[in-house]
Unconditional design. Sequence first.
Length: 283
Amino acid sequence: MSASDPSAADSPDLRHLSGRLVLIGAGKMGGALLDGWLRFGLNPVNVTVVEPQPSPQIAALSDRGVRLLPDTRGLPSATAIVFAVKPQNAAEVVPAAAPMIDASTLVVSIMAGRTLQFLAGALNSQCALVRAMPNTPAAIGRGITVAVARGANEKQRELAHGLLAATGAVEWVDDEALMDAVTAVSGSGPAYVFLLAEKLAQAAIAAGLPPILAEKLARETVAGSGELLRRSALAAATLRENVTSPGGTTAAALKVLMGPNGLGPLMQEAVAAATRRSRELAG
């Protein structure tokens, strides 16, 4: 079996991106995007970051040419605006950016639960809109983002794809209604994986292993298995079967995990609950 790196083909080249790019919000996710943009060649002088409380790492980027401002007042029109603020701040922050928008502006939002209709109404504009849902592995360039567009031409979609691909893989959907399920699976999904590592370590301690060893075994097993899954062309079910010998220890454990009250029904219930909550938050 040969291993491959599927993310390499999706790596963007932002060296030739021109025009003004405005990032509104430079917290963890916004900061991850900014780091990716600069890493993939975006000229720092083309970037304006609006962040009233920048971290020392973000503030230091001003030495490289990034313009750092506390708010959007007085900013001219932009080629692209990326909203990376908390969803609860959107009603205040988004309308304030309206003066920067003209007919050619691309607006990208990674605000969870904020719909394309909300963006259009808050901006009072028919500009090109992209709603995207990234996830926290974006912080190490290993995230996955799902996006949906409204009113964007091919060039604007390519621009949005390049900006989002700076933190990992990007997938597009045509139906915005799918974004609630996307949020439940990939947006919230890292927490499910971390919970698995947490509970596996606790089970190891209950089985008699020292806590430090239990924690390391759980962490490295989850991380290594995830990397194998990413690199392998085999389905997850096939990889699971390859670990499982008939009548062996793994089979005994899987009999519990795959039982009627096991991981399958629990995961389906969990994703359904997160999907419902995403719809509620979107209004």
